[in-house]
Design a protein around this ligand. Structure first.
Ligand SMILES: C[S@@+](CC[C@H](N)C(=O)[O-])C[C@H]1O[C@@H](n2cnc3c(N)ncnc32)[C@H](O)[C@@H]1O
Length: 284
């Protein structure tokens, strides 16, 4: 089996993720984690990647096709998106080529996106794709406490060393709040507790995780902490710089925070820019 070029391991490619993937051999990564732009008008560091829905789905399918090529047969691939985008990806492509596709739901509380004529969107879809029935999956790394530990059968399982039950197919995780320790000036961050659960569910230390979109570096920091090797791309130079700094220092420097803890007088002129970017992430 051809190996992944060593210079790409534990680094973040500055550019298009499709270019990165073309450099990777078939069946070479253990997990693909994808949290793309959702094509709903979000601006990232002032840039928009929004296009027509049809163009977006064609691009999304190509992203998935190339990812399946480089995913190992026992690997796992996850796509986070709004339900409609994921539904199109699933029906038009994934169902026809994967051994199995599951559609999980991430639910959260939100105070944006309310509309008088419909219920407020407060969930995202997470597609979990498997190429074969032999995908790696480690229940013990994500098990949740049994709800009825005094039940006779549950007591038996605990006595046998079982750590808890398999998580359900819906997950509650709070959105990353502006004041959160993990919040950066990035427009759209996935909570680290969520990415950590997905990474732990199907990888072990040393495994290779391809994070399509580096973003704030949130998932890459989780990989680093858990001892997973990673590959990633980020097209925006400012985000790329932030990720590298975050991974090198193990911390988010004040200049990369949405809300700075200490504002230096010379930085005050920059504040309106940072605040206007916070509007980028307003949900749909
Ligand atoms: C939804 S965000 C990812 C956020 C990330 N999950 C986090 O929690 O920090 C999508 C990111 O993809 C980047 N991006 C957009 N198109 C890209 C492409 N073709 N290749 C690589 N990065 C891209 C954007 O700059 C943005 O940072």
């Amino acid at each position: 089996m051809t190996a992944i070029p060593e210079h790409l391991i534990n680094t973040v490619y500055l550019g298009d993720v499709m270019e990165l993937m073309r450099q990777l051999p078939d069946r070479s990564v253990d997990m693909v984690f994808s949290d793309p732009d959702y094509n709903v008008g979000v601006r990232y560091n002032g840039k928009s990647y929004t296009r027509s829905f049809e163009e977006y789905i064609e691009w999304y399918i190509e992203l998935a096709r190339e990812s399946l090529r480089i995913l190992k047969d026992d690997g796992n691939m996850f796509f986070i998106n709004y339900p409609k985008q994921n539904a199109y990806l699933r029906v038009r492509f994934l169902d026809g080529v994967c051994y199995d596709v599951q559609d999980y739901v991430w639910v959260y509380n939100t105070n944006v996106g309310h509309s008088p004529k419909r219920f407020t969107t407060a969930h995202r879809s997470i597609l979990h794709c498997r190429k074969t029935a032999h995908n790696k999956f480690f229940k013990e790394q994500v098990a949740q406490p049994y709800q009825n530990p005094t039940d006779r059968r549950i007591r038996q399982r605990i006595a046998q060393g079982q750590k808890g039950r398999m998580p359900y197919s819906w997950f509650y995780f709070d959105l990353v709040k502006n004041v959160s320790r993990e919040k950066t000036f990035h427009a759209c961050q996935i909570p680290q507790k969520l990415s950590e659960m997905l990474i732990l569910s199907c990888t072990q230390p040393g495994d290779v995780v391809l994070v399509h979109f580096g973003g704030s570096g949130a998932e890459l920091e989780v990989c680093q902490r858990l001892g997973r090797r990673f590959l990633a791309a980020e097209i925006d130079p400012k985000y790329h710089e932030m990720i590298l700094n975050r991974l090198r220092t193990g911390a988010i420097r004040d200049e990369y925070r949405l809300i700075r803890r200490m504002v230096r007088p010379e930085d005050l002129a920059l504040q309106p820019t940072l605040w206007s970017e916070s509007a980028d992430g307003v949900g749909v």
